[in-house]
Design a binder for this molecule. Structure first.
Ligand code: SAM
Length: 419
C-alpha cells in the first residue's frame, strides 16, 4: 500500500459550523501509536504464543491508511498465524471530525474509487493468506478493500455481521461511544482488546464485567502516558504537545501528537501481569513500617456508609485481613483474580452503601457552607474533629470526610489458608 498522504499540505481551518461538533469528537480522533499496540499485543503473546493463531481479527473504527492497527497486524499476519484480518473505517460525512479527512492516493488511485462514496461510505479492508501482489509474502500490499453499503458505524448490521465472523476485536474505539462499544463487544461474545479511559471502570456497562472477571485491564500503559496522533489542525494543548514530543513524538507531516495520562487497555485476553500476586505486609507490619504516614502508627479506618475498611494505597493492603477492603481504583492495574475477589465499588450510582445520609452541610476548605447530598456519592469516614483546610460534611450531629471512589475487594479463600 502507498503510504503517501494527500494531506501533506496543511489542512484548511475548519468551518465554524463544524467547530463544536468537531470539538466534541476531539477525543474520538486519537490515533494509537505502534509502540503501544506492540507492547500490549506482546503481553498476550508472551502468555499464549498462539493467541491469534487461526483466528479472524476484526479492527473496527479503524482505517489502515491512518491508523497503525491494520498495519501492525498485516505485518504480523504470517508469524501470528492469523486466518483473516478485517479492518473497517467510518465515513467522513458521518463523523463530526470528518472535516479533517483527505482521501489518500491509495484510495484515489484504486479503480473502485468513487468521489461520493469516499465521503459517505465506510470501507472494508481484508487480508487473507493470499499473496495478491505476488511478491512472495502476505502483508499490507495484499490488503483488498471495498466500500461498505453503509457508513461503517460499528453498530450497523453490516459491521455487526463482521463482528460475528470475528474471533477477536481489537481497536481504539471512539471514546464518546465507549459504553456502547463495550455492550456491542459483549453481545458478540468475542475476545477483545480495546483502548479506553480508566474512568470507564466505574461505568455501569463495564464494572459488572470486571466483577465477573469477564473484562480486565490490559498489561501495559497502566499509570503511564499514552501518546496519540491527531489530525493536523486539531487543537492540542501546548503542554500535551510538548510532553508527547519529549516522549519521542514531535509533530510530523501527517500528525500532531498529544498524550493522555488516563488511557489504558481493556481486554478479556489473558496476560501474565494479572497472575502476579501482590507482595504485601500484614496489618501489624503496615502499622509499624508502612511508608505511608496515613497508615504508619495509625492503622486503618472504617467507612461509615460501606461495610469495609479504608486502604488508601494499594501497597498498604494488609495481607492478613479477610473482610472487605476499599482500595483505590488503581488497584485494577495490579489485580490478580487468584489472590483477590472484587465484591463491589464505593461510588454512586453503582455502589451499595449501607446507609444513605439526609441532606448535609458541606463546609468548604475556606469555610463556605452549602446544603448538598454529595456525601452519598462515595465512601465516607466519620471524624472526631473537622479536618483543617479540607472539605467536610456535617449531618445528624456527625462530621464526615468523603474519599475518592474505591473498589471493594476481599482476599480469595484459597489465599487465606495458612501454607
Ligand atoms: C479514537 S479513533 C481511533 C482510530 C484508530 N482505531 C486508532 O486507534 O488509531 C476512533 C475512530 O472511530 C471512528 N468512529 C467514530 N464514530 C464511529 C462509529 N460510530 N462507528 C465506527 N467508527 C467510528 C472515528 O472515525 C475515529 O477514527
Amino acid at each position: 500500500m502507498t503510504e503517501t498522504h494527500e494531506d501533506e499540505q496543511a489542512a484548511p481551518a475548519i468551518k465554524n459550523s463544524h467547530l463544536s461538533a468537531a470539538r466534541q469528537a476531539r477525543n474520538d480522533e486519537f490515533y494509537t501509536q505502534w509502540a503501544d499496540i506492540e507492547r500490549e499485543m506482546n503481553a498476550y503473546l508472551e502468555f499464549d504464543p498462539n493467541v491469534f493463531r487461526g483466528k479472524v481479527i476484526l479492527l473496527p473504527c479503524d482505517d489502515p491508511e491512518w491508523s497503525n492497527f491494520a498495519k501492525f497486524f498485516a505485518l504480523h499476519f504470517t508469524d501470528y498465524g492469523i486466518k483473516k484480518l478485517i479492518s473497517t473505517s467510518y465515513a467522513p460525512d458521518s463523523n463530526p471530525a470528518g472535516e479533517y479527512y483527505r482521501p489518500t492516493l491509495f484510495e484515489t488511485e484504486a479503480p473502485q474509487f468513487d468521489d461520493i462514496k469516499s465521503r459517505t461510505r465506510g470501507r472494508r479492508f481484508v487480508l487473507e493468506p493470499k499473496d495478491v501482489s505476488g511478491d512472495g509474502v502476505v502483508n499490507l500490499d495484499d490488503l483488498q478493500w471495498e466500500y461498505l453499503d453503509g457508513d461503517g458505524d460499528f453498530r450497523s448490521a453490516e459491521v455487526t455481521a463482521l463482528r460475528d465472523e470475528a474471533d477477536v476485536v481489537i481497536t481504539n474505539p471512539p471514546f464518546s461511544l465507549f459504553r456502547e462499544f463495550v455492550d456491542w463487544l459483549v453481545a458478540g461474545g468475542v475476545e477483545f482488546s480495546v483502548v479506553g479511559n480508566t474512568n470507564a471502570i466505574a461505568y455501569k456497562e463495564v464494572f459488572p464485567l470486571i466483577v465477573d472477571d469477564l473484562l480486565w485491564k490490559g498489561a501495559t500503559a497502566n499509570a503511564t502516558d499514552m501518546v496519540f496522533g491527531v489530525p493536523k489542525g486539531f487543537a492540542v494543548s501546548e503542554a500535551d504537545r510538548l510532553k508527547a514530543k519529549r516522549l519521542g513524538y514531535p509533530s510530523d507531516a501527517h500528525y500532531d501528537y498529544t498524550r493522555l495520562g488516563n488511557s489504558c487497555w481493556f481486554t478479556n485476553l489473558e496476560h501474565g501481569r494479572r497472575h502476579e500476586p501482590l507482595q504485601l505486609m500484614s496489618a501489624a507490619d503496615n502499622v509499624k513500617f508502612s511508608r505511608h504516614k496515613e497508615i504508619r502508627g495509625i492503622g486503618y479506618s472504617r467507612y461509615d456508609n460501606y461495610d469495609a475498611i479504608e486502604v488508601p494505597f494499594v501497597d498498604a493492603i494488609p495481607s492478613d485481613y479477610h473482610d472487605v477492603m476499599g482500595v483505590p481504583i488503581s488497584f485494577l492495574d495490579k489485580y490478580n483474580p487468584d489472590q483477590f475477589e472484587i465484591v463491589g465499588i464505593a461510588k454512586a450510582p453503582l455502589g451499595r452503601p449501607s446507609k444513605i445520609y439526609p441532606r448535609q452541610v458541606q463546609v468548604g476548605a475556606t469555610g463556605g457552607r452549602s446544603q448538598v447530598t454529595k456525601l452519598n456519592d462515595g465512601p465516607a469516614i466519620r471524624v472526631e474533629q473537622p479536618p483543617e483546610g479540607k472539605t467536610y460534611y456535617e449531618v445528624g450531629g456527625g462530621t464526615y470526610v468523603q474519599l475518592y471512589a474505591r473498589i471493594l475487594i476481599r482476599r480469595k479463600v484459597a489465599e487465606c489458608r495458612p501454607s
